[in-house]
Design a protein. Structure first.
Length: 280
């Protein structure tokens, strides 16, 4: 059985809500980096991709096997020296050139890739893919010169996780007696990677490092709050200003939570006591 993603911002005294990680309804994508705009208790995120965007970091971390559905509307205007014209998410009438990110698609088309080193694919007005690699979702406009474009596309992204057991690994924590899979993708200036699981930890909490085994970046903890509010809780404390997406997956239901911190901001503590409505 598959289960929708569930993002429920929760504010506690002396702690910050998941909205501080870019999950509030007022937060959208930007031309270079931006977080999800989650719409209530669903698996759906929404935001604009401007015509000037060669590649927008959406803050969505995909896992192998995720089913990802795209829907896009709007108009982007491409201007000379590129062929001028109004482009739908499928592009304008003009085939692109080898200088475009995706030469096989039209000028102005909405394109995407998984990870900074991934291959571009056509998103267009609608698309369903199965993620074949792990990495952050990037969306952009297919063009050779982006800074003179106008307009934007409004993009809706839905992610449906798969049910696979959690297997501890170099970049995977299995918490709450192995039920919850915890993964982190990070980006620094000129560097990207996945968080590494520290050798120490407990059944309910784990440590993650990015750059060196002796330099821990964050503590992640899953708490069984089923007896209090019928939820599993996600707590996190990080000592970093590196951009990261924290992804937590309930391997028994497929429910997923994601938390995004932008590059350059000291990550605030997280206490999401409404994270997973998947008890017991």
């Amino acid at each position: 059985m598959r289960r929708r993603l569930s993002i429920i911002p929760q504010l506690l005294v002396f702690l910050v809500s998941s909205a501080a990680f870019g999950l509030s309804p007022s937060t959208g994508f930007s031309s270079t980096t931006g977080a999800l705009t989650w719409r209530g208790d669903t698996s759906t995120a929404n935001g604009p991709i401007p015509g000037t965007s060669a590649g927008t970091i959406t803050g969505i971390l995909l896992a192998v096997g995720d089913r990802v559905t795209f829907a896009a509307t709007g108009t982007v205007n491409t201007l000379p020296p590129d062929p001028a014209g109004n482009a739908s998410p499928d592009g304008n009438p003009f085939p692109c050139t080898p200088a475009c990110q995706l030469p096989s698609a039209k000028f102005g088309a909405l394109i995407g890739k998984i990870g900074t080193d991934g291959s571009w694919f056509l998103v267009g007005s609608s698309k369903l893919i199965t993620a074949n690699r792990r990495g952050g979702l990037i969306l952009g406009i297919n063009d050779t010169i982006h800074n003179n474009n106008t307009g934007s596309f409004n993009v809706t992204v839905s992610v449906e996780g798969t049910l696979t057991p959690c297997v501890p690994g170099p970049s995977t924590l299995c918490l709450a007696e192995g039920r919850f899979r915890v993964e982190v993708a990070w980006r620094n200036s000129g560097q990207t990677g996945f968080g590494n699981a520290a050798a120490c930890g407990t059944a309910d909490s784990g440590l993650v490092w990015f750059f060196a085994q002796t330099n821990w970046e964050m503590l992640v903890k899953i708490i069984n709050g089923c007896g209090l509010n019928s939820r599993y809780w996600v707590f996190m404390a990080a000592t970093t200003n590196v951009e990261f997406t924290l992804r937590v997956t309930d391997t028994e239901t497929g429910a997923v939570q994601q938390y995004f911190n932008p590059l350059g901001r000291l990550a605030p503590p997280l206490a999401d006591t409404g994270a997973f409505a998947t008890c017991p």
